[in-house]
Design a protein around this ligand. Structure first.
Ligand code: LMR
Length: 396
């Protein structure tokens, strides 16, 4: 049996994480995996989460099963966070999921049941795990061009031209905010152009919303999803609580759908429950229950929003300081785009040889496509980092 299995494929981000942990050099710097870090380089449990966990520990009196779609109040709170507290929820449904990735997978399975022949269109580049995840759900994938490395901008015309060749009924995977790995987001005008095309060509929007609150703010980062929901008949959204609630290992997220009408939405939600039951039966409770407490308690909710906003502002400040350090060291404006981009990631114009040299000669860990985690930038070491980057780049 096992000898017949193909060799396991190393995941670019997870193998970098393991290599960083194994590195014993004291000055090592992790700009790899997408986890938020504070100025001390730590990823602490958020204060609001700690308080909610304490409450949960004291009040929870059963560990009995909930249901495949999880806690209804958690789902309602997530719908309000993503679609807006005044959204018309008659056509919107949600299921608690195993992180954002779990939401992506069960929604992909659901759509496969609805349209078995649809292909999924993924941005080039995208989060590397989008590809194996969608392939594991049985899809064949197509790419649409997205990022212009020379300008740091979205290639909107090329993106639309390619997507206009998709066949009717195909699915388009879009990053709702804070595009991973580029940090280059669509403007409102560009979102409207994408939505026009989806409507014209009968393409189905599948939005990955993993970084709500890391770009322009919690409400602002939901603007694209809300705009989409106001214009399209149907869509799905995979929302993650890993980043904005710092719940990475607890695996908390929501698989959400907007139906053409109430009956469709209810049917799809029922099928989503069956898909979840067939996959892993039911989601874990602890992180979602904690989230539910934070989102439903005014005091904890305010405390969490303040913590999240401080994290966001720290990343905005780091972007500015890092692009200034690079401007000074390189004596050019070629890195200015970093200050204008959004969320946790940006890409540096580095080849594999540059990235290897940064890791081997400078103990700086960067994902193989040049993606850096902005939250991992060292506040006191930006000049040193800029120097290492410009050194390996040389005249390139
Ligand atoms: C990332 O992009 O680094 C994160 O989403 C972590 C992961 O699972 O890849």
């Amino acid at each position: 049996m096992f000898e017949a299995l193909p060799e396991p494929k190393a995941d670019a981000i997870l193998s970098l994480m393991a290599a960083f942990r194994a590195d014993t050099r004291p000055n090592k710097m992790d700009l790899g995996v997408g986890i938020y870090k504070d100025s001390a380089g730590k990823t602490p449990v958020m204060r609001a989460i700690k308080s909610a966990e304490t409450r949960l520990l004291e009040s929870q009196d059963t560990k009995a099963y909930v249901s495949p779609t999880g806690s209804a109040p958690f789902c309602a709170a997530m719908i309000a966070q993503v679609f807006g507290k005044d959204a018309d929820t008659s056509r919107i449904r949600a299921a608690q999921s195993v992180g954002g990735s779990g939401a992506l997978r069960v929604l992909a399975d659901l759509l496969k049941e609805g349209r078995p022949d649809a292909e999924i269109w993924v941005s080039d580049p995208s989060w590397p795990n989008h590809v194996p995840l969608m392939k594991a759900a049985g899809y064949s994938l197509q790419n649409y061009p997205y990022y212009d490395a020379a300008t740091g901008q979205v290639r909107i015309d090329d993106m639309l031209a390619t997507l206009s060749k998709a066949k009717s009924g195909d699915i388009v995977l879009l990053h709702g905010c804070c595009h991973n790995p580029t940090g280059a987001d669509l403007s409102t005008d560009e979102w409207n152009r994408v939505i026009d095309l989806l409507l014209e060509k009968d393409l189905f929007p599948f939005v990955d919303l993993a970084y709500q609150g890391f770009g322009d703010g919690l409400e602002e980062d939901a603007a694209a999803v809300r705009l989409m929901a106001s214009r399209v008949p149907e869509m799905v959204v995979a929302a993650s609580c890993s980043k904005n609630l710092g719940l990475y290992r607890e695996r908390v997220g929501a698989a959400m759908l907007l139906g053409k009408n109430e009956a469709d939405a209810t049917r799809a939600h029922g099928r989503l429950g069956s898909v979840i039951r067939a996959n892993y039966s039911m989601p874990p409770d602890h992180g979602a229950n904690t989230t539910e407490i934070v989102l439903s308690d005014d005091g904890l909710n305010n405390e969490w929003r303040e913590e999240l906003e401080a994290m966001r502002q720290r990343m905005v400040g780091l972007r500015q300081a890092f692009s200034e350090a690079l401007r000074k060291r390189s004596n050019s404006d070629r890195f200015d785009y970093i200050a204008a981009q959004k969320g946790m990631f940006s890409r540096l114009p580095l080849s594999t040889a540059h990235i290897d040299s940064l890791r081997e000669d400078h103990a700086i860990y960067i994902v193989g496509d040049g993606r850096i985690n902005v939250a991992g930038l060292p506040e006191g070491g930006l000049d040193k980092l800029a120097d290492a980057i410009c050194t390996v780049l040389g005249d390139d």
